[in-house]
Design a protein around this ligand. Structure first.
Ligand code: HEC
Length: 137
């Protein structure tokens, strides 16, 4: 009986250790940021900076400025770096509008650190909004 409860206690330890934050969920936590703040300028018909952020595949297409996401290396990933540049820096993103709040920047950092998993298919695809197309970007 005693051995059993000790064993049960030991089994509980890893679950405590693993109680840290769950991995970032692209669909729930990252996609909305890109959809609201980035894709209006970075979609198939408006590839500003030679960059399309509508899907994982498109965002990793070869571009002259080099890759924008380096899985595991947020500080070398332009997608994150441009968000942390001083607002007056020409390369600071988003190019217009308010900055991305720090908690969202941290989420993006953690997502890249965790491997920047971007689901394929509809789950990972961000349509360009109609309104954005009509806007003068
Ligand atoms: C209003 C339009 C606009 C919005 C919104 C916008 N961008 Fe950009 N983005 C640009 C332009 C223009 C460039 C090219 C800037 C340059 O090369 O100097 C660019 C370039 C980039 C680059 C490449 C930088 C480089 O050095 O090669 C990255 C990465 C980027 N944007 C990420 C983002 C992210 C992430 C968001 C959303 C948080 C975003 N952008 C929102 C217009 C925009």
């Amino acid at each position: 009986m005693r051995t059993t409860s000790l064993f049960a206690a030991l089994l509980l330890i890893p679950s405590f250790a693993g109680a840290a934050e769950p991995p970032v969920d692209f669909g729930r936590q990252i996609k909305p940021i890109l959809a609201d703040r980035c894709v209006e300028c970075h979609h198939a018909e408006s590839m500003l900076g030679d960059l399309n952020l509508q899907s994982g595949k498109l965002s990793s297409r070869k571009r002259t400025g080099g890759p924008v996401i380096i899985p595991g290396a947020p500080d070398r990933s332009l997608l994150l770096v441009t968000l942390t540049l001083p607002a007056k820096d020409q390369k600071a993103m988003p190019a217009t509008g308010h900055r991305i709040p720090m908690d969202e920047v941290s989420l993006i950092r953690r997502w890249i650190l965790e491997g920047a998993k971007w689901p394929e298919g509809e789950e990972g695809f961000i349509p360009a909004k109609k309104a954005a197309k009509e806007k003068d970007v």
